[in-house]
Design a protein around this ligand. Structure first.
Ligand SMILES: Cc1cc2nc3c(=O)[nH]c(=O)nc-3n(C[C@H](O)[C@H](O)[C@H](O)COP(=O)(O)OP(=O)(O)OC[C@H]3O[C@@H](n4cnc5c(N)ncnc54)[C@H](O)[C@@H]3O)c2cc1C
Length: 477
């Protein structure tokens, strides 16, 4: 691929262009199992830079892969066809905070936690709260429609987006959405960008809705001897009309991982759930907590602890917060891979889904765990396996296919929050079979030369294990 480095250097300056092999390799992967090689990494600092880069790439038919922090778990930011990796992390200004309008305007490279730190003095917060909030950028969160522990009450990223500025494939700058909570003026093009994973445009500014920090927060934890009981509890809490601000599940694999690797002492039971209520009025929070505790007890939940104290809450939640790290160290030789790692099912199927995950794992000789932001219907699983063994990949591939066949059969969806990218594409394409043509037509209309993050989502291969490079050196069978 012929890329005029001098031209790109002329746009962003030599300090903001990298093309040595180490950088190209590092920017070749994200937090998924996939890998590629970037041809060059370019770090724009202004919207004009992004426009100039896109004009050049579009004229020369060079792939451009927008990138935040690379924390995506489905291979979304992996440059499988090489090209320009557009690292947006230097565009990290909080442009304005408008407490009176409950909104802020930010550049795409602002990190979620940094935004929340800046909002705190205004007694406001930005709610989606993915577990990766320490690194994930607002641009990456919008492009993935990220969600998190508080989405059960405050929604996913899409519910916080008011508007944005986007540089299109041809370099044009468009302003989408508005500064208002409601807008009924035609196609919701800002929404189209949410979850578009860098395939339709580069988000260069975002206007986000904020919420007041609740005065009271109470977090509880309950133990269950049966995973099914925990699942039924979640389902009933939601249908009871209770309004949890967090409702999380951890199964025994997750509990053991946290206890052994992080030396915690979570109860060694089949499942625990964590539930939280928040609000301005303590009596209201008390009432929500009482209702949720009663539902836990009804489904045989016990050892129910709850606290308003920030330190106690941190302790109660610590295992869940550090779960990914714990799973990565679960057993020597096993890596924690993000395969079939997030899905959503209707609430009534939550318990069944958790159990299916375990059955499928056993049948396919891999270790799998069930946990997640179950209050919003999101179920996570990680496959723990030895990624250097070809037969483990075969097993994992079968397990992934079975999990997603099940999810689709009960009317669930392939990705709750970790996006489609490469890993989820095979199942997602089946799920969206009757709208694939439409998806492709939208991509073609907005990016006729197919330069924006090509080969992803609807255009991703059906068998990524063999059709894409993996981050692991896989031995022959
Ligand atoms: C430990 C861990 C925990 C996680 N927990 C959660 C969780 O709880 N909830 C959740 O939703 N996700 C979670 N994730 C996944 C990930 O953090 C999110 O998908 C996050 O939104 C990605 O942000 P990023 O800045 O790292 O984006 P990247 O990974 O860099 O990019 C992801 C995609 O967004 C596109 N993109 C990035 N910036 C832009 C832009 N400005 N314009 C257009 N496209 C852009 C990229 O092209 C790519 O397709 C987790 C990941 C890890 C590693």
């Amino acid at each position: 691929m012929n890329i005029d480095l001098k031209k790109l250097e002329g746009i962003v300056g030599s300090n903001n262009l990298k093309n040595d092999i180490a950088d190209c390799y590092i920017y070749g992967s994200d937090s998924s199992v996939h890998s590629g090689i970037a041809s060059v990494i370019v770090r724009p600092t202004t919207i004009e830079h992004v426009q100039q880069i896109m004009r050049y790439a579009n004229a020369e038919l060079i792939p451009v892969i927008p990138r935040g922090s690379g924390s995506g778990m489905s291979g979304q930011a992996v440059p499988i066809k090489g090209g320009i990796v557009l690292d947006l992390k230097l565009m990290n200004r909080i442009i304005e905070i408008r407490p009176e309008d409950m909104l802020c305007k930010v550049e795409p490279g602002v990190v979620d936690d940094d935004l929340n730190r800046a909002l705190k003095p205004y007694n406001l917060f930005y709610p989606p709260a993915p577990a990766s909030s320490r690194v994930a950028t607002i641009g990456g969160e919008i492009a993935n429609n990220a969600s998190g522990v508080r989405s059960v009450k405050y929604g996913a990223t899409r519910d916080s987006v008011l508007g944005m500025k986007v540089v299109m494939a041809n370099g044009d700058l468009v302003t989408l959405g508005s500064n208002t909570r409601v807008e009924a003026s035609g196609y919701q093009l800002d929404r189209l960008m949410v979850g578009s994973e860098g395939t339709l445009g580069v988000i260069v500014e975002a206007t986000m809705l904020l919420k007041p920090i609740p005065k009271f927060r109470c977090l509880g934890r309950a133990s269950f001897d049966k995973l099914a009981d925990a699942g039924d509890t979640i389902s009933e809490i939601i249908s009871s009309g209770a309004l949890p601000s967090m409702l999380e599940l951890m199964d025994n694999v997750a509990i053991v991982a946290v206890n052994t690797t992080l030396k915690m002492d979570l109860p060694d039971v089949e499942a625990i759930i964590m539930f939280e209520a928040d609000g301005k009025i303590k009596e209201t929070v008390d009432a929500e907590m009482t209702l949720m505790k009663k539902i836990c007890e009804k489904h045989n939940g016990y050892e129910i602890n709850a606290s308003y104290d920030a330190g106690e809450r941190t302790k109660l939640y610590a295992g869940r917060k550090k779960l990914f790290v714990a799973l990565s160290r679960y057993q020597a030789g096993l890596s924690c891979t993000s395969l079939a790692d997030d899905m959503a099912v209707p609430y009534s199927k939550m318990a069944e889904c958790a159990q299916k995950i375990h059955e499928i794992a056993e049948r396919n000789h891999v270790v799998m765990t069930a946990y997640g932001h179950c209050g919003s219907g999101c179920m996570h699983t990680k496959i723990l396996m030895d990624p250097t063994k070809a037969e483990q990949w075969e097993n994992a591939k079968k397990a992934v296919a079975e999990v997603y066949d099940y999810v689709r059969s009960v009317g669930g969806t392939t990705s709750a929050e970790h996006g489609i990218g490469l890993s989820k594409a095979p199942s997602w394409k089946k799920e969206k079979a009757d709208s694939l043509k439409l998806l492709k037509a939208i991509k073609k209309a907005l990016d006729p030369n197919n330069i924006l993050n090509p080969g992803k989502m609807q255009d991703a291969p059906d068998d990524w294990v063999t059709a894409t490079r993996l981050r692991y050196p896989v031995a022959e069978k």
